[in-house]
Design a binder for this molecule. Sequence first.
Ligand code: ADP
Length: 634
Amino acid sequence: MKKNLFRNTGKRIITFGLAAMLAASALTGCSKSSSVSNPAPSGVLTQSASSNEGAVYTAGTYSATVTGMHEMTVNVTVSETEILDIQIDHQETSGVGEPAVESIPAEILEIQGLGVDVVSGATLTSNAVIEGVKECLKQAGLSEEGINKLLSIKKDEEKIEDQELTADVVVIGAGGAGMAAAVTANQAGKEVIVIEKTGKMGGNTILSGGALNAVEEGSETAVANNDSVEKHYNQTFDGGDQEGDPVLVHTLVNNAWSGVEWLKSLGMEFYDGVFTVTGGMWPRAHKPVEPEGTGFFKTYQNYIDTHTGITMAYNTTAEEIIVEDGVVTGVICTGKTGNTVTVKAVNGVVLATGGFGRNVEMRMKYNEITKKWPALDESIPSTNTSGITGDGIIMAEAIGANLVQMGNIQLLPLGDPETGSLSGNIEHAVESRIFVNLEGNRFVNEGGRRDEMTLALFEQPETKMYIVMDSDTYPQGNELNNFGESIADLVAAGRALKADTLEELAELMNVPAKNLTAGVENYNRYCKGGDLKGKTDEFGRTLFTDTDGINDGINKGPFYAALRVPTVHHTMGGVQINEQAQVMDTNGNVISGLYAAGEVTGGIHGSNRLGGNALTDTVVFGRIAGTNAADFVK
Ligand code: ADP
């Protein structure tokens, strides 16, 4: 049996009431109790006469079940004239959906209306909370007209004055690379301002599965897995069709392990050992203890809370890089209320705004260069958060930065069929799962390159596939996937399928059982105990044995499956940098004062990025950019 590496966490209940509001604090607690779904008017727990003059609601507590990133139950208590209390029983991920679950009910109570803005980067959760409250108020007797009136009630936002801010180092973008740069610059003794267009830190990084490739040369783990920094280099370089800049690839792999050590020095925790992430090609991914990318941001936030000198400017969108006498000196931004915020740097500016996966126009335009993907229009979803629209690339190009390899766009075959997100992805590691199409047949090397797997998926019926695995990954049936979701909840929500036998699973999947069982039997022959163990299969797959060497195939019920589609994941093209993370112009010269790190940059990963290398990129180049921006003197 495979070891279960990951922990289970409980649901969170958040309560907002008038008393809590007055105390300016939200109560949080933990509960394992299942959500109560009671959208019908019988959800009224207490009731008083509705005929009272001036009564808006029928007093009582009402309940509705809605879906954000996950299912949640919203309970609203009203008097005849007021919304008194909002309780939400939810499983939204901390740092992703949770900020919306915390702030939106508080604002609804404060304004006694529903005209609240969605929390940027948490649209699904925000809308679900608003929808849940609306549903409850309807149950409380509020008419359609009354609802519309509440929707028009908004918080008075006074336009804030234009501002001029100064710091030693200015970082644009509070994702993985930006925060690594900010903390590093602060460690070098600098005051830092981080400009972030959404209301929270995290970017795409927080939505990732958390896998971070790094080789500790000569360590027990590396030796046991026959791994080395050189192998990491070769697989990264070859995996990107040798299009990556060798100098940058060397910089990435040589500094990867010191990046892990740096994170650990800041308090971040990792599980022992390594695993193979999809498209990672080799077991060298380190797994943070916290789900998704949340561990990085807990670590960075904790650093900010325990040190002085990093100011976060949220809801502030960088629009234009300021260049004076050929030197980058700051950035002009738009603040939350439309005001202009000019941020000047005494030392350097770090651009860390991520890629352009959510900019359909850009991805269609640049796909024309390589014509790699049959379609990249709005019908193809993305794993990316909504703010990832190529802003930094556009801003840098406007001041003469060289853009490289813009046609290199990565898709994953692992998107949620409705949202394109990685949420609901049930795999833990490459070795223990297969992909089958809607005919129940395997169709690709599931241990191969991300582009090859996704291109193969485009050839399959309806461009859909199932991930299939057995209970080795989920021995108790309630363990978490790599995205912090419990398999039991995914099954209950219909987002994953579970059956005691493969035949029954095939029926749930609506695929011919004989195809599924034949594919599984063939795969099992290459696993532990199989007659073809150690061989390469007909799809070219070699990864059957997990790092503990005990994957004996898909043979133990209950069995699990989850439907997945192609989804835009990472844009490998971007602003050209050198190994010092300095931005290069179109003439091959350094743009003085400007540094860049993370997905906004191009030329590291080549045509196809290895799974697990993006987080490495944020930490390695984020630290280099932070160090050099701190050192920069005009
Ligand atoms: P990386 O992995 O390269 O660090 P992420 O996607 O994690 O990239 O983070 C990029 C961050 O940059 C996101 O938080 C995003 O909201 C932010 N961002 C994007 N465009 C702007 C902009 N114009 N101004 C400020 N922040 C931005």
